[in-house]
Design a protein around this ligand. Structure first.
Ligand code: AMP
Ligand code: GLY
Length: 425
């Protein structure tokens, strides 16, 4: 069968790599892909913001299954466009993807269905925000300020006091620093605890939890600096205990799916729940409507069930008949980022040492923002350049392997966190 993967980052590199492991898959296409993906798949230069064009091309190419990595196309209705043409697609409809596309929708949805989350209020003017602070609804400061719409991980701010909160709110609502994404905002109680990501495959009825993963969102060691798309991740068999997993499934994931269904919406794809494990129990920080990046780079290498079988089961609504099997190994991913990331990113820097890094035992080098320049040299093309991933018998071995490979790659301004999966982190 022919498979199409939408996206061009480290997550999509891992998806393409894993999909190709099934004998049933004769060819993989990727739009737009990157320099690393191009070694495995046929890259297509199509704008991901054009859902109907993507669906038409997929039909012409005889694609039998399409999977979408990033959120933007889903929120724009790419799943609906494929479904209209009778094509099998893994990723929620536009209506279901609103769980990620609108934080206001997500929060109000959780309130309607009694899904545990931080106390919140929605506002559209600075005056409304001041009233909310005066009412002490959010229990003082710090508070979390979130832009309603998609902002590539840059729409969430933790404000330590009223003055800074109002500054951020002014920036969003009046100066429109994030454009339309910040036309409405959510103000939230600031939760404390350990963060974890919980992902499930679902065909709308059945669900299958993925191996738990932890990602590292802040730019600097010790969780300092700005929020990023993710600077690293790990997955190991003992990351989340079984009783907590059951609790999350029962009190959060299942009510989310049945809540959507009761509103006439079927979620088919990957539901990603970002959680804070507080002293009062798990609370939802956010929903994503897709696989995480870089979580995917550590989850898929541990998957023993053919990935394409799981994807087909999601699309066909036969997930209840599938059991996902996981290896007992641990996986660690260290993201190599460009100078200036996440605020800016130096690009066009030649990358060396890729072959050397790949020779390290257990290492999988997933390209993220890479391309070939006119001379054929692989150069950087964005913020998160490479997802250097390694499997190991345990977390310490996977970590040591990933860092050894990360050190072997060189490009000007290379940045990475040194504490991914460290016992102290
Ligand atoms: P989100 O995109 O909503 O997951 O937010 C990005 C990051 O902001 C999360 O991964 C958390 O680290 C932090 N965050 C979001 N909401 C809260 C909250 N209510 N309390 C504390 N931290 C939060
Ligand atoms: N790693 C966080 C995300 O994919 O949203």
């Amino acid at each position: 069968m022919k498979v199409l993967v939408l996206g061009g980052g480290g997550r999509e590199a891992a998806i393409v790599w894993k999909t190709l492991q099934s004998a049933r898959v004769e060819r993989v296409y990727c739009a737009p892909g990157n320099a690393g993906i191009a070694r495995m798949a046929t890259c297509l230069d199509i704008d991901l913001k054009k859902p109907d064009k993507l669906a038409a091309v997929a039909k012409d190419l005889g694609i039998s299954l399409t999977v979408c990595g990033p959120e933007q196309p889903l929120v724009m209705g790419v799943s609906d466009a494929f479904t209209r043409l009778g094509l099998r697609f893994v990723g929620p409809s536009r209506a279901a993807a609103a769980l990620e596309g609108s934080k206001v929708f997500a929060k109000e949805f959780m309130s309607r269905h009694h899904i545990p989350t931080a106390t919140f209020a929605v506002c559209e003017t600075v005056e409304e925000a001041k009233d909310i602070f005066d009412s002490n609804l959010l229990d003082g400061f710090p508070v979390v300020v979130k832009a309603d719409g998609l902002a590539s991980g840059k729409g969430v701010f933790i404000a330590p006091d009223r003055e800074q909160a109002l500054d951020i709110i002014h920036g969003l609502l009046v100066e429109r620093k994030l454009g339309e994404a910040g036309r409405r905002i959510v103000l939230e109680e600031c939760l404390t605890g350990v963060e974890t990501s919980f992902l499930v495959f679902t065909d709308g009825k059945a669900m299958a939890p993925l191996a738990p993963a932890r990602d590292y969102k802040r730019a600097g060691d010790g969780d300092t600096g700005l929020n990023t798309g993710g600077m690293g991740a790990y997955s190991s068999p003992d990351l989340l205990d079984a009783s907590l997993q059951r609790k999350i499934l029962r009190h959060i994931v299942q009510p989310t799916l049945t809540g959507l269904q009761s509103e006439g919406v079927t979620f088919k794809g990957v539901l990603y729940v970002g959680l804070m494990l507080t002293e009062q129990g798990p609370r939802v920080l956010e929903y994503n409507a897709r696989l995480g990046d870089p979580e995917t780079q550590v989850i898929l290498p541990r998957l023993k069930t053919p990935f394409v079988d799981a994807l087909a089961a999601i699309a066909d609504g036969t997930l209840d008949a599938l059991e996902l099997k996981w290896s007992d190994e641990a996986a660690v991913c260290v993201v190599l980022a460009s100078e200036g990331y996440p605020e800016t990113a130096a690009t066009g820097c030649p990358i060396s040492g890729l072959e050397k890094a790949e020779l390290h035992p257990g290492v999988l080098l997933f390209h993220a923002a890479t391309k070939r320049d006119e001379s054929g040299q692989i150069v950087t093309s964005g913020g998160r350049v490479l997802s250097v991933t390694a499997l190991g018998d345990n977390l310490a071995q996977a970590r040591q392997r990933a860092y050894a490979a990360a050190a072997a790659v060189a490009f000007q301004g290379k940045r990475y966190r040194t504490d991914i999966a460290s016992p102290a982190s």
